[in-house]
Design a protein around this ligand. Sequence first.
Ligand code: GRF
Length: 211
Amino acid sequence: MKTLVVLVSGRGSNLQAILDARLPLRVAAVLSNEPEAPALARARSASVPAIALDHRRFAERAAFDRALAAEIDRHAPDLIALAGFMRVLGAELVQRYAGRMVNIHPSLLPSFPGLHTHRRALEAGVRVHGCTVHFVTPALDGGPIIVQAAVPVLPQDDEAGLAARVLAQEHRIYPQALAWLARGEVALEAGHVSYPHANASPALVAPALDG
Ligand code: GRF
């Protein structure tokens, strides 16, 4: 079975979705730059090695990246998933895992890369928002897209309500993307994502049209 290492920094709800899904993947380890991240406890509860690598103990980013790469390589994973991992990784590390490292981002990229995506979506007045699983490249939140889920933005939405609606979809598309990758049904080829899936959902139109 192929193996996966998950990088986290916080709550770990996406990690939990990955652990709970019956994926054709073994989670070999969970690594966190935040020693107190609740995600580490979730890993331990699932009997997955949970390792903290506190970025504050490294004088510079390159040194942290080297230590992180050494820890990842110790588990020799086929795939690496960033799940709420809040450190920007250097280009060297990203290149090392090209085509094998993926991220979940809480917006419909290329809209709203970076932080505070739900607040920015509300401010922009978009009617549709969502989440994206993409390959990681040196461009922040800019790598080739694997799958996206869209949700409506409702008139009564605040940041928390919208975030929750998006998060529920994150928990669906991230395990699915990892299953596709594990089975070799999706891959990065010459900078483009190949996928043979012909099925498409009906359109999400928000607000709904008359009748
Ligand atoms: C998620 O919204 C993810 O898209 C973003 O950070 C959040 C992490 O949540 N990158 P969790 O730690 O998976 O609960």
